[in-house]
Design a protein around this ligand. Structure first.
Ligand code: AMP
Ligand code: ZN
Length: 466
């Protein structure tokens, strides 16, 4: 199994630190808004990486943080006149709705910056003690010149970075590349006590502290979008390696951008669609399929056409699955004949090619190609013979073996969920009739957390997935 390592810029054979185990950290969202389609790319890609590692027999410990206090969260809170924690809590809830809609599994741990202040402060103190950081007027900065490898991940010599860095007039930093580990509190901002006065952590230090706390000083994989290479991940390397005195990460993996009209989709450019609105138009699963239809290190352009294509391709898969499910119920109830034994044995080369594609730096585009070839062969086979239930079942299993790795075809399982939703709505109606509005609201919130929106109409309650 080979992955492209941004640190060495080569595809490298994957060898975990401990046999059979993988420690993986993915930078999570800053929670001040609904996530956009670009943010969904790393979520989906690295969810597939995790699933594939598990398929190959590894036990994966997967950590993804929430940045729940920073400038953007605070700005949003001030705009609304509410506490920053309320903004963070609201958008963490919204994150889960989208993540679950996209079939992205929860991480084993989703730590928050504000819940790791002791670890963050301890790390900043260590850096100060070792001379890698200095305090100026309530702020603490990392001294980049003290870390000779600074620039190693983004492959830029420190002199070039210094020449390119902006120098503010009132800058109190020793060097323009130095970055904040701790920011002294400004009036009205949330603050925590520290040896340098009240303040809050810089963005980069939280990931170093949380990765170290939950996964250990050296981890196997650290991932995120390519815009995180510099400065975020570069700074993480500098902080962690200086504080801990050992290698931080063995494999750095970064996805390419999701573009729109060939420029990066981003909040600051304003050229974004939220995952929520894209899902309303095309469905969450079409978004997932679309993301996986390209290699994760290739730029991908978001367009109506490509989303419609993804939707259509997904429908072809669902049709094949429904036909097979019908045959599993209604096919001939007998053992497999010779043709069927040969046919089901012919699945093995597909499996090998699927694994080959995924082993080659997670080539989901080729893997999806193999899945479609398999589906075509199964469609042809089933229509040319009168299949047994067993042959249909084995074909279905093979399709789901691939689909589960890619996290596709999960809508099937939703049939039972639909019933559960109907039941919950009925209970809510009962509660309303009995004027138990607290219970009714609680059920509405639970449904919302499942990604279900209710609409009270004259004809009764309607619901939809968002
Ligand atoms: P942010 O909230 O901006 O820190 O982004 C959260 C995650 O989304 C990070 O891993 C980013 O690298 C990633 N990301 C943001 N915009 C895009 C994009 N247009 N394409 C791919 N990944 C992105
Ligand atoms: Zn991070």
């Amino acid at each position: 199994m080979k992955f492209f390592n941004s640190m060495t810029r080569r595809k490298e054979e994957f060898v975990p630190i401990e046999e059979g185990q993988v420690k993986m950290y993915c930078c999570g969202p800053t929670v001040y808004n609904l996530i956009h389609v670009g943010n969904a790319r790393p979520m989906i890609v690295f969810d597939v990486l995790r699933r594939y590692l598990e398929y190959r027999g590894y036990q994966v410990a997967f950590v993804q943080n929430f940045t729940d206090v920073d400038d953007k969260v605070i700005r949003k809170a001030n705009e609304e006149g509410v506490d920053y924690a309320e903004i963070a809590a609201r958008y963490i809830k919204e994150y889960y709705i989208d993540a679950h809609g996209l079939g992205v599994r929860d991480a084993d741990i989703h730590p928050k910056a504000t819940e790791n202040m002791d670890q963050i402060l301890a790390m900043v103190s260590t850096l100060v003690e070792k001379g890698y950081a200095y305090s100026v007027g309530g702020d603490v900065y990392y001294r980049t010149e003290k870390f000779p490898r600074y620039g190693c991940l983004s492959h830029q010599p420190l002199e070039d970075l210094q020449a390119g860095a902006r120098i503010d007039v009132n800058d109190e930093k020793e060097s323009p590349t130095d970055f904040a580990l701790w920011k002294g509190a400004k009036p009205g901002e949330p603050a925590w006590d520290s040896p340098w006065g009240p303040g809050r952590p810089g963005w980069h230090i939280e990931c170093s502290a949380m990765s170290g706390r939950y996964l250990g000083k050296t981890i196997d994989i650290h991932c995120g979008g390519q815009d995180l290479i510099f400065p975020h991940h570069e700074n993480e390397v500098a902080q962690s390696e200086a504080a801990n005195g050992c290698k931080f990460v063995n494999y750095w993996m970064h996805n390419a951008f999701l573009n729109i009209d060939n420029s990066k989709m981003s909040k600051s450019l304003g050229n974004f669609f939220t995952v929520r609105e894209a899902a309303e138009t095309y469905g969450y699963e079409s978004l997932r399929f679309f993301m996986l239809s390209a290699h994760y290190r290739s730029p991908l352009n978001y367009s109506r056409d490509s989303l419609l294509q993804a939707q259509a391709a997904l429908e072809r898969l669902y049709t094949a699955v429904e036909n097979l499910e019908f045959l599993v119920q209604n096919g001939e109830n007998r053992g497999m004949d010779n043709w069927e034994t040969d046919f089901t044995a012919s699945f093995q080369p597909y499996r090998e090619r699927f694994i080959q594609a995924m082993d080659d730096d997670l080539n989901t585009a080729d893997a999806i190609g193999v899945l479609f070839e398999l589906v075509r062969a199964v469609n042809t086979g089933m229509s040319e013979h009168k299949p047994s239930r067993l042959a249909a079942k084995l074909s279905l299993n093979m399709i789901f073996e691939f689909a589960n790795i890619l996290g596709l075809l999960f809508r099937k399982k939703e049939k039972n969920i639909d019933q559960k939703i109907e039941d919950m709505i009925e209970t809510r109606q009962e509660a309303r009739k009995n004027k138990d509005f607290q219970k009714a609201d609680q059920i509405r919130d639970e449904l919302k957390a499942m990604g279900i929106l209710l609409e009270d109409t004259k004809q009764g309650v309607k619901w939809k997935r968002v």
